[in-house]
Design a protein around this ligand. Structure first.
Ligand code: HEC
Ligand code: HEC
Length: 210
């Protein structure tokens, strides 16, 4: 019995690392068709509603791609930008391809976000630190240990859309979406649109200081 047990542990230990050995170079090649929307350096394209992917945590990116594939994200009625993304998964046929492209994107430098017009940074800072920073990091740099993505550097319109999608139940409602459901609970934490704008202004300012 003990022998079987230790064989199982040993087997697991030998198998597990292979699954995590993402090939970032291959990911760069796989990314080529994605550049049409997300940009050659994955810097995003607000005109196409395509977010920054550069510098984002690989685990977060891979989870989102799996969720798009499984219809956990981007399948809700009214989520038009999510549906656009869901239709773009053909270049990533399996989990290895997803992990490779995520590793490549994570290795790129995160860009700076444009300042948010009219945002009151002091108010935004106060709300951000009390309602968001515990998970997303004091400077919106993200916290992989809590599965909370980087927000600094992402376009404010994209972030606002996601926040509203969580609040409206277009994202983060599926039972299998463990971390999306955590975020959904926070998407009513800000009292209104003015405070959301202030928080987004604070987040944008973090990327400008890097
Ligand atoms: C036709 C344009 C288009 C193409 C091509 C495209 N995407 Fe997207 N992608 C989008 C849009 C629009 C969104 C935003 C979806 C939303 O608002 O929820 C998005 C979102 C994403 C996200 C979620 C990012 C986040 O912060 O949660 C990832 C990851 C992603 N795309 C990766 C890829 C990869 C990898 C490819 C290539 C296989 C690709 N995309 C091709 C339009 C595109
Ligand atoms: C309890 C921890 C927690 C708190 C507090 C929190 N978030 Fe999140 N947030 C998350 C997690 C986890 C995700 C990733 C969800 C997923 O994997 O789909 C996320 C995702 C997001 C996204 C989507 C990013 C993207 O690239 O698509 C936005 C925008 C966001 N959070 C904004 C906020 C704001 C603004 C606040 C404060 C009002 C906040 N969050 C507070 C945990 C948190």
């Amino acid at each position: 019995m003990w022998r079987l047990f230790s064989l199982l542990i040993l087997g697991g230990a030998l198998v597990a690392p292979a699954g995590f050995a993402a090939d970032a170079a291959r990911g760069g090649t796989l990314y080529a068709p994605c550049a049409a929307c997300h940009g050659a350096q994955a810097q995003g394209n607000p005109a196409l509603q395509a977010p920054v992917l550069a510098g984002q945590d690989a685990g977060y990116l891979a989870r989102q791609l799996r969720h798009f594939r499984a219809g956990i994200r981007g399948a809700a009625d009214g989520d038009t930008a999510g549906a656009t993304m869901r239709a773009q998964l053909a270049p990533l046929p399996d989990d290895a391809a997803i992990d490779d492209v995520a590793a490549w994107l994570a290795s790129l430098p995160a860009p700076r976000a444009a300042a948010v017009e009219g945002a009151v940074l002091r108010t935004g800072s106060n709300y951000y630190q009390s309602k968001c920073g515990a998970c997303h990091g004091a400077r919106a740099e993200g916290n992989p240990a809590l599965f909370a993505p980087r927000l600094a550097g992402l376009d404010a319109d994209y972030l606002a859309r996601q926040y509203r999608n969580f609040a409206a139940g277009l994202r983060g409602t599926e039972p299998a979406d463990r971390y999306g459901r955590q975020m959904r609970l926070m998407a009513t934490a800000l009292p209104g649109e003015a405070e959301l704008r202030d928080v987004l202004g604070f987040i944008a300012a973090q990327s400008q200081q890097e």
